[in-house]
Ligand binder design. Structure first.
Ligand SMILES: Cc1cc2nc3c(=O)[nH]c(=O)nc-3n(C[C@H](O)[C@H](O)[C@H](O)COP(=O)(O)OP(=O)(O)OC[C@H]3O[C@@H](n4cnc5c(N)ncnc54)[C@H](O)[C@@H]3O)c2cc1C
Length: 508
C-alpha cells in the first residue's frame, strides 16, 4: 500500500467500477468485497483508516446478548454467523473470549443461564464454547477481583474479541492485494452527474487534504459508507435529503490489568439505565465500557461527558474489590454509533443495531448502522446493490472465506528489517511490545503518514496509555521523518498536534 502510487492510479484511471467513500469497517469491507469480485475499486477516507467509530469500539466480535434480551433473534443469528467468519478469516487479530456474568440470587442465576444457553444454542455449530452455570467459588476463580459479598455465582459464556483498527489496516492491505486503490486523507467533496432526466452520479470530486490537490474521478457506482457522516454525504447528493442517522456516544475507560486480573471478562447485564457493561481484558489492560448517550453534533474527536465517566466508575466499583479512581484511568476513548433513526423513539439504546441500505434516485448506495461484527455482510449487501443499480455484470461474493491480512508476510518483512538493522528491534516504550520496526513497517506498507496514525491506530498506545503515547511522540516523529523525508518543522508540528489530541484521552 503506497499513497504516492494510489494517487497516480487516480489520475491514470478513466473510470472506476465502484468508488467507496469512507475508510472504516464498512467502507474497507466493501473495498475488499468489490475488489475480490474483480471490480475496479477506489476507496477514499477523509482522515486516516478507522479514524472514526471503527477504532473506538468495545473490541467485541459478538452476537449481542443485549439484542437477545430485546427479542431480535434475526440480528443475533446473523451476527453469530459473521462472528464465526471473522474469527476464521482473521485469526491473528481475533480470539475467543470467556465472559462471566456475576449473579446475586437464584432467580438471577436461572434467568441469565436460560438466556445465555439460548445465545449459545443460536450459534449452533458455530458455538465458541458451552455456557455453564458457576458456583460462587468457580466465579471467584474466573474473576479473582470480584467482591464476594452477596455473590451467588455466575454464568460463563463465550464470545469473540479483536483489535478494531488493526483489522481496518489489514482490510486495507487485503483490498489492495486484490487490486483496489485505497487512499487515506482524501475527502469526497462533491459528485458529478450526467444529464439524464433524473441525473445519475457519474463521478466524485476528491480533495487530497494533505496537499490540497483536487481530482475529479469517474465512477459507474458509488457507495457511501461514512458512518455518522452519512447524512452529510447524502446531502451532497441531494440537499433536500432528511437525516437518517442518530449519533449515540459511547465512552470507554482503560485501566491496568491488575484491577481485573486473569483472562476472563466480566459482563454486567443490567446497569441503572438498562444497558450492559463490560470489563474486558485487552492488550494486557482492561477496557471498561460503554455508555449510550444521544448527541446532536457529529464530531471527529468526541469528548467524554463527566456523567459518562462517573456512570462507568460507579457501576464497576459495585463489583470489584479494589476501587478504581479517576487517577487510575490510563486512557479514555469515545466513539459515535451511527444508529438509524426510527421515528418516535426517544432513547438511542432502543434504536436498532441492524444495518440499513438506501439507494438514492441518483444511484448513490448508502450503507450504515449495523456493527463491526457484521461489517462483512453490510459490505456484501452494499456491493450487490451498487452492481445491480449500475447494471454491471454480477459476480459472486467470496468474502465468507477470504483470508484477511497476511501475518506471515508482515512478520517476514519486519524480521528482514531487523536483520539488516538490529536497532529496529528496540521497543518504543517500556512495557509495550511495539518496536521501531513496527513503526517503519506502518509507514512503508500501511500508509501511516502522521504520528497519530502510528500511536492511535497502527499501534494502540494512545488507547492503552495516553501519557506513555505523549512521551514517545517525539521519537516516533523522528523515525517517521526519516522515512518520509520530512524536516524539523514537520516533526515539531506533529508532536504538538498529537500532544494536544492525546490530552483529551487523559482524565485530569
Ligand atoms: C462505543 C461503541 C462501542 C462499540 N462496540 C462494538 C463492539 O464491541 N462490537 C461491534 O461489533 N460493534 C461495536 N460498535 C459498532 C461499530 O464500532 C460500528 O458499527 C462500526 O465501527 C461503524 O463502522 P463504519 O465504517 O460504518 O463507520 P466509521 O468507522 O465511522 O467510518 C466512516 C468513515 O467515513 C469517513 N468519511 C466521512 N465523510 C467522508 C467524506 N466526505 N469523504 C471521505 N471519507 C469520509 C470518516 O472519516 C470515517 O472514517 C461500537 C460502537 C461504539 C460507538
Amino acid at each position: 500500500m503506497n499513497r504516492h502510487h494510489s494517487l497516480q492510479q487516480i489520475t491514470e484511471t478513466d473510470i472506476w467500477d465502484i468508488i467507496i467513500i469512507g475508510g472504516g469497517a464498512t467502507g474497507l469491507g466493501s473495498a475488499v468485497d468489490a475488489a475480490s469480485r474483480g471490480y475496479k475499486t477506489l476507496l477514499i477516507e477523509q482522515y486516516d483508516f478507522a479514524k472514526g467509530t471503527s477504532s473506538r469500539s468495545t473490541k467485541l466480535v459478538h452476537g449481542g446478548v443485549r439484542y437477545l434480551q430485546q427479542g431480535n433473534i434475526k440480528l443475533v443469528k446473523e451476527a453469530l454467523r459473521e462472528r464465526a467468519f471473522l474469527l476464521h478469516n482473521a485469526p491473528h487479530l481475533t480470539s475467543v473470549q470467556p465472559f462471566v456474568v456475576p449473579v446475586f440470587s437464584w432467580f438471577e442465576k436461572m434467568y441469565y443461564a436460560v438466556g445465555l444457553k439460548m445465545y449459545d444454542l443460536l450459534s449452533g455449530k458455530l458455538s465458541l464454547g458451552k455456557t455453564k452455570i458457576l458456583s460462587k467459588k468457580e466465579t471467584i476463580a474466573c474473576l479473582p477481583a470480584i467482591n464476594p459479598a452477596k455473590l451467588s455465582g455466575g454464568i460463563l459464556y463465550y464470545d469473540g474479541q479483536f483489535d478494531d483498527s488493526r483489522l481496518c489496516a489489514d482490510l486495507a492491505t487485503t483490498a489492495t492485494k486484490h487490486g483496489a486503490t485505497i487512499l487515506n486523507y482524501c475527502k469526497a467533496s462533491g459528485f458529478t452527474k450526467d444529464k439524464s432526466k433524473i441525473p445519475k452520479i457519474n463521478g466524485v470530486l476528491i480533495t487530497d487534504t494533505l496537499s490540497g490537490t483536487e481530482y475529479t474521478v469517474n465512477a459507474k457506482a458509488v457507495i457511501n459508507a461514512t458512518g455518522v457522516f452519512t447524512d452529510a454525504v447524502m446531502q451532497m447528493d441531494d440537499a433536500a435529503k432528511h437525516d437518517i442517522v442518530s449519533p449515540s456516544q459511547g465512552i470507554h475507560l482503560v485501566v491496568n490489568h491488575s484491577f481485573f486480573p486473569g483472562s476472563t471478562a466480566m459482563m454486567i447485564p443490567k446497569t441503572d439505565d438498562g444497558r450492559v457493561l463490560f470489563a474486558v481484558p485487552w492488550h494486557d489492560h482492561i477496557v471498561l465500557g460503554t455508555t449510550d448517550t444521544p448527541v446532536e453534533r457529529t464530531e471527529v474527536e468526541p469528548k467524554p461527558l463527566e456523567e459518562e465517566i462517573e456512570f462507568i466508575l460507579t457501576h464497576i466499583n459495585r463489583y470489584g474489590t479494589s476501587r478504581i479512581e479517576r487517577k487510575d484511568v490510563k486512557s479514555v476513548y469515545v466513539g459515535l454509533r451511527p444508529l438509524v433513526k426510527i421515528s418516535g423513539s426517544k432513547s438511542t439504546a432502543l434504536l436498532s443495531r441492524d444495518h440499513t441500505l438506501v439507494v438514492a434516485p441518483s444511484g448513490l448506495v448508502t450503507v450504515t448502522g449495523g456493527k463491526w461484527t457484521t461489517y462483512r455482510k453490510m459490505a456484501e449487501d452494499a456491493v450487490e446493490n451498487a452492481v445491480f443499480i449500475s447494471k454491471q455484470e454480477k459476480r459472486e461474493c467470496i468474502t465468507k472465506t477470504l483470508q484477511i491480512g497476511d501475518i506471515s508476510q508482515r512478520e517476514r518483512i519486519i524480521h528482514e528489517m531487523i536483520i539488516s538493522d538490529p536497532s529496529l528491534a528496540q521497543a518504543i516504550c517500556n512495557g509495550y511490545s511495539y518496536t521501531k520496526a513496527d513503526i517503519i513497517y506502518a509507514v512503508r506498507s500501511e500508509m501511516a503518514v502522521t504520528v497519530e496514525d502510528i500511536l492511535a491506530r497502527r499501534t494502540r498506545l494512545l488507547f492503552l496509555d495516553a501519557a506513555a503515547a505523549i512521551k514517545v511522540a517525539e521519537e516516533v516523529a523522528s523515525l517517521m521523518a526519516g522515512e518520509l523525508d520530512k524536516d524539523s518543522a514537520w516533526k515539531k508540528e506533529q508532536v504538538t498536534g498529537f500532544t494536544k489530541l492525546a490530552q483529551q484521552y487523559l482524565l485530569s
